[in-house]
Write a protein of this length. Structure first.
Length: 85
């Protein structure tokens, strides 16, 4: 079996410092409640891919959706009107 390898040099040279900046890390940290709430909502939705939804599942999805909305609202209120756009 032959292995497939690139015989050309990469078109885009990646910079040696691929680490995020402090500002990027701060932005991620500020958005972490929204990210966590969205992951929780996705988990609830993925659980329903192979079975019908029960009343418990509907409540779980509704609560997760409400947490996403609340986290987004809190983030928008924290950023202020100028940065939220």
């Amino acid at each position: 079996m032959k292995s497939i390898v690139a015989r050309q040099k990469p078109v885009t040279v990646l910079p040696p410092d691929l680490e995020p900046t402090a500002a990027e890390l701060d932005a991620i940290e500020a958005e972490m409640p929204v990210i966590s709430a969205e992951v929780e909502l996705l988990d609830a939705l993925i659980a329903l891919l192979d079975r019908p939804a029960s009343e418990f599942d509907a409540r779980r999805i509704r609560r997760a959706h409400n947490r996403v909305l609340a986290a987004r609202r809190d983030l928008a209120n924290r950023q202020g009107p100028k940065e939220a756009a």
